[in-house]
Design a protein around this ligand. Structure first.
Ligand SMILES: [Zn+2]
Length: 184
């Protein structure tokens, strides 16, 4: 059964929604006539899209069941006019420039794919190593590191249950093994 995309900007979460409004306003003011083709996604719709190219005939259109669209922190766009998805990359770069100004990430910057996709900035994870280095004596530093590695290890074990594929599970196991090899 076909499940329709939701384009309602008011269903996006905050502060992303406010960012998107400002981003769209800037684009429109500069003759970049874009519109939202999809905003928040239900789990059902994500599963429907995920099935394309897998259990249903069609192209692969997503590589995850855990899309940022589910939390209302992403939009997909297209252009009014003759070309829904312009071939001229410069046009996309112009749009992405306004996205950046409002703290929105572009799919193509993130993955070198998915030009229509724009999403909330994923906060960088602070590097605990940098935080504790040089500020503590070596023995205490090592103890803190070991504790951190243990806790990351158990988080990864929890994450393992959410993996969509055997390949993802294997990768998580690898990362865990690699991390724990740093333990003293
Ligand atoms: Zn998207």
């Amino acid at each position: 059964m076909y499940i329709r995309a939701n384009r309602d900007i008011t269903k996006l979460s905050e502060p992303f929604q406010t960012k998107v409004r400002a981003f769209l306003a800037d684009c429109w003011e500069n003759d970049l006539d874009i519109f939202i083709t999809e905003a928040v996604r239900t789990k059902k719709r994500q599963e429907y899209l995920y099935a394309s190219g897998r259990t249903r005939k069609g192209p692969i259109v997503t590589w995850t069941l855990n899309s940022v669209h589910l939390t209302g922190n992403a939009i997909d766009i297209a252009f009014q006019g003759p070309e829904l998805y312009p071939r001229d990359l410069n046009i996309w770069h112009a749009v992405a420039g306004y996205a950046r100004m409002h703290g929105i990430n572009w799919g193509y910057d993130l993955w070198k794919a998915d030009k229509p996709h724009f999403q909330e900035v994923v906060p960088a994870i602070p590097d605990p190593n940098k935080l504790i280095k040089y500020t503590m004596d070596l023995k205490f530093q090592t103890a803190v590191q070991n504790k951190l590695l243990d806790s990351i290890g158990s988080s990864l074990s929890a994450l393992w249950n959410f993996a969509n594929t055997k390949k993802e599970q294997d990768r998580i196991s690898e990362i865990k093994k690699e991390l724990l090899s740093f333990k003293d």
